[in-house]
Design a protein around this ligand. Structure first.
Ligand SMILES: C[S@@+](CC[C@H](N)C(=O)[O-])C[C@H]1O[C@@H](n2cnc3c(N)ncnc32)[C@H](O)[C@@H]1O
Length: 307
């Protein structure tokens, strides 16, 4: 969704721009092309491989580019260290990159044999195998229900607890096989692999994804200049719900007292929503890049109203 991201983020020459999930630099590259030699682009990612890659990919741009291995939820302290108060735009492109999924050694994909790792930051622990080894049945079931919206959460959690008594569940293939045993044959032929939701849930737990997103959403307007913009691309309903609700709360229109007053239309919060409807990728993009199919973009702009 590069054109849509650029439309809503509106990177212009000069100013300071944040890519909070720089990944392999696709969006960074496009932003850097637009902000000229006076511009400053700061990319964050928890994955050290992504940071190394971006440093090399973007080192020849005339603008100032800096890449920091840090979570976007720590944006406040990253900016404070650089003596920056507020910025012109923040982009988050949530989830994992193709480079992470497509490397079996990272353990994100049930389609590729590899260690059951799933950490975006390989220095954090536990990894997915360690988490599965120590969690109790209730924790596993809750994670599958909450983060995977998996209807067979109970059966899968029971199978995991039973199987780990025989041998550690420490490869992607072994976990995928265990999940498959919980689905009757007729459910195995569908479009979505039965292990999809279990792998998604585990990845979210291991990387604390929703808590980190909530932390960011609780403070980000403080870091935007007036007319500064934030754009978030999310890939599943749990993330999108958090983003949608936080954006609405920040508009001020959700205030239980103010929203009942007749002046409702005039209430202005510290942000205004730019995307009244969620923005989805074009059909063209979905056909050339099927992974974009689930993407949802929401964008806001900081108003003059103090926080
Ligand atoms: C979908 S990819 C971003 C792709 C990127 N926009 C590009 O053009 O290449 C998501 C990236 O976010 C990173 N990530 C996930 N959670 C993060 C967090 N809390 N803080 C910073 N980066 C995070 C992942 O490591 C991954 O590289």
């Amino acid at each position: 969704m590069v054109p849509e991201v650029l439309e809503y983020l509106n990177p212009e020459p000069g100013g300071t721009w944040i890519d909070g999930t720089s990944g392999y630099g696709g969006h960074c590259f496009e932003i850097a092309c637009r902000i000229g030699d006076e511009g400053r682009l700061i990319g964050l990612d928890v994955d050290p491989d992504a940071i190394d890659f971006c440093r090399k990919r973007l080192d020849r741009f005339p603008c100032r580019t800096e890449f920091v291995q840090a979570g976007y939820e720590d944006l406040g302290s990253v900016l404070a260290e650089k003596g920056i108060d507020r910025v012109d735009g923040i982009l988050l492109d949530l989830g994992i990159s193709s480079a992470q999924v497509d490397r079996g050694g990272r353990g994100f994909s049930f389609r590729l044999e590899g260690p059951l790792d799933m950490r975006m930051d390989p220095e954090r622990s536990p990894d997915a195998a360690e988490w599965l080894a120590q969690a109790d049945l209730k924790e596993i079931r809750t994670a599958l229900l909450k983060y995977g919206e998996e209807k067979r959460a109970h059966a899968i959690a029971k199978a995991i607890v039973r199987e780990r008594e025989m041998a550690a569940i420490d490869t992607t293939a072994r976990l995928a096989d265990i999940v498959l045993t919980c689905f009757p044959d007729r459910n195995r032929a569908g479009k979505v692999h039965p292990a999809t939701r279990t792998f998604q849930a585990l990845r979210i737990v291991v990387n604390n994804e929703l808590e980190r997103l909530e932390t960011f959403l609780s403070f980000f307007p403080e870091r935007l200049k007036t007319k500064g913009r934030a754009v978030v691309l999310s890939y599943h309903s749990l993330e999108d719900r958090l983003v949608k609700n936080a954006f609405r709360n920040w508009t001020g229109k959700m205030d239980p007292v103010l929203s009942k007053l007749p002046i409702r239309g005039e209430i202005e919060g510290p942000i205004k929503i730019l995307t009244r409807q969620v923005v989805r990728p074009s059909e063209d993009e979905c056909s050339t890049n099927p992974r974009a199919r689930s993407a949802k973009l929401r964008a806001v702009e900081r108003t003059e109203k103090p926080l």
